[in-house]
Every structure is written in C-alpha cells, then in structure tokens.
Design a protein around this ligand. Structure first.
Ligand code: DDH
Length: 286
C-alpha cells in the first residue's frame, strides 16, 4: 500500500513516542511543542520570511540560533517517525508533532494541514533574534508577535503553552517549571500567575527570573519576566484573568491561535493545497 499522505499513521507514531521515562518529566511532549513553535515563530509578515516552510533548523544558520538551544532533543525524538514515513517533510512533521503532543497531553484538538516543504529558500532565511527573549517586557512581546501578525489576545493565549515543560539552565539559562504538572495541558499557568506571589530571584548564572513566594510549597515554581509582564500590562491582563477563570475559552482560543501559528508563511489555494512549496530561483532540497 502506498503510505504517502497517511498523516493518521504519522500521528499514531508521534503519540507512541511521547512517553520517555528517562527524559525530563517523563514526556517528549513539551519539547515537541516548543519545536513546532520555534520553527513557525520566526515568521515576519512584512517580508514574508521565516516560518515553518523549509525546516531551516536542520542547518546551522537557524539551528544555531541560541534561542533554539535544546531543540535537537525534539528533533532526535522524531527521527524514527521520519524513518518510518520518509515521505513526510520535516516541516510538516515538526508542526504536526506539536499539535499531536498538545492533544495527547490533554489539550484541545488543533486544526492542522500538511503541505509544507523542506525546500530551503536562502532568501527567506530568518535572522537570529526573531524569537522572544524571556528577560524582557511587554514592548518586546508586542514587537515580536505583532511582526508575525498576532494581536494582544493572541499573545496571551499563546503564552498559555507555558503550562507545559520547563526551563533548563543549560539551554536558556532560566531554570524550573511554571506549574506542578508540566506534562498536562491546562490553564494552570494563568491561574498561578494571578494566585501566587512572585518574587525576583537571581540564579547562580546571573539570570533573573521570578519564583513563587510560598515557602510551604515543596517545589519552587517559576515565571519568566515576559510571563510576569502579562499581569502588569493593561491590555494583556484582562485576557490572563479570562483564561484563568474560563478553561474552555482558553482551550478554544489556544486551538485557533496555535493553528494560525503553524500556518504562518504557508500559502494555500482554495482547496487548501499549499502553493508556495517550490522555488525555481535557487535554494536546495535536503
Ligand atoms: Fe516558551 N519558553 N516562550 N513558549 N516554551 C521556554 C520553554 C517552553 C518564551 C521563553 C521560553 C511560547 C512563548 C514564549 C514553550 C512553548 C511556548 C523556555 C525554556 C523559555 C526561556 C527553554 C529551555 O530552557 O529549555 C518566551 C520569552 C515567550 C514569549 O515571549 C511569549 C509560546 C508562544 C509557546 C507555544 O508553544 C505556543 C514550551 C512548550 C516550553 C517547554 C519546553 C521544554 O523543553 O520543556
């Protein structure tokens, strides 16, 4: 049987590899979500550069961006899936893996379509610095996310992905998880942003982050300066409050905005078929 285009089979294989008892909190899920986000989040709407097409993180120019430190773990987890389904492009595989991981970790279903190309167009390579810097504030968040075409509500909804996973001092320099159960997709990130008291802490490496004030709790939770900025900004804060009290609304909005994220830079015809998947003006196939 010709397996080409059988995304259901790929989804099954991704779901099977999520359980990784030796890795982090026992799941490959969070780092796969970050891979999908970082492969898409380099997009610049004004110049139509960056985005998931091309799977540029395979190469030093994009893979070597310090913002992408640690994502090789995610790519290695997915290699057996690529080997079993060689017809799928890396660009499709990485974005689909994020979508599958979110669902498997208890999150919403997210609409996803294939058709991304692994064709690397040198004229569309994103420069370093397109991804957000956790040490900064609201102005920086708007600068980064407006460039992709997102609004304030979408910025807050996307940030709710920090209910997953953790920071690693050897990757970003920050350390720790945002929530107690970081392999379960939830609105806990928003709830904790509002319910705990956060104080600034300088780590041994000199990096500043926020940690919860509650001395009784067994584990120390963390927030990035960019996370705390959402509660200090007049436009962002009402969305934090809404998502903290209305989990269903958060799931709906997150599903829509993550679907938009992984489509950045992908052009489709009226049948949904991707049309910018080839380029005669230079570039190379992996
Ligand atoms: Fe994030 N993120 N992220 N993030 N992110 C980190 C980890 C994870 C920022 C910084 C960091 C999004 C937005 C932002 C995930 C998903 C998403 C880490 C830690 C830093 C730092 C990396 C490490 O040390 O391993 C900043 C800043 C922003 C922002 O400005 C809004 C978005 C939009 C998403 C998304 O998926 C929609 C996930 C998942 C992780 C956990 C990764 C892991 O390995 O665990």
């Amino acid at each position: 049987m010709n397996e080409k285009g059988n995304f259901a089979a790929v989804r099954k294989d991704i779901a099977k590899l999520l359980h990784q008892p030796e890795y982090d909190d026992g799941s490959a899920g969070p780092v796969l979500v970050r891979l999908a986000w970082h492969s898409s989040g380099t997009y610049d709407a004004a110049t139509d550069t960056g985005g998931s097409n091309g799977a540029g993180m395979r190469y030093e120019h994009e893979g070597g961006d310090p913002a992408n430190a640690g994502l090789q773990h995610a790519r290695v987890f997915l290699e057996p899936v690529k080997a079993a389904h060689p017809w799928i492009t890396y660009a499709d595989l990485w974005t689909l893996a994020g979508v599958v991981a979110i669902k498997e970790m208890g999150g919403p279903s997210i609409p996803w379509q294939g058709g991304r190309t692994d064709f690397v167009d040198d004229s569309k390579l994103p420069p370093h610095g397109r991804l957000p810097d956790g040490a900064k504030g609201s102005d920086h968040l708007r600068w980064i996310f407006y460039r992709m075409g997102f609004n304030d509500q979408e910025i807050v909804a996307l940030s709710g992905a920090h209910s997953l996973g953790r920071c690693h001092s050897d990757r970003s320099g920050f350390e720790g998880a945002w929530v107690n159960n970081p392999t379960r997709f939830s609105n806990q990130y928003f709830r904790l942003l509002l319910s705990l008291q956060w104080k600034k802490k300088t780590l041994k490496n000199g990096v500043e982050q926020f940690v919860n004030y509650d001395e009784d709790s067994e584990t120390e939770l963390m927030m990035l300066p960019t996370d705390i900025a959402l509660t200090q900004d007049r436009e962002f804060k009402p969305w934090v409050e809404l998502y903290a009290r209305d989990k269903d609304r958060f799931f709906d909005d997150f599903s829509k905005v993550f679907a938009k994220l992984v489509e950045l830079g992908i052009q489709r015809d009226e049948n949904g078929v991707a049309t910018n998947t080839d380029n005669e003006n230079g570039g190379y196939h992996a």
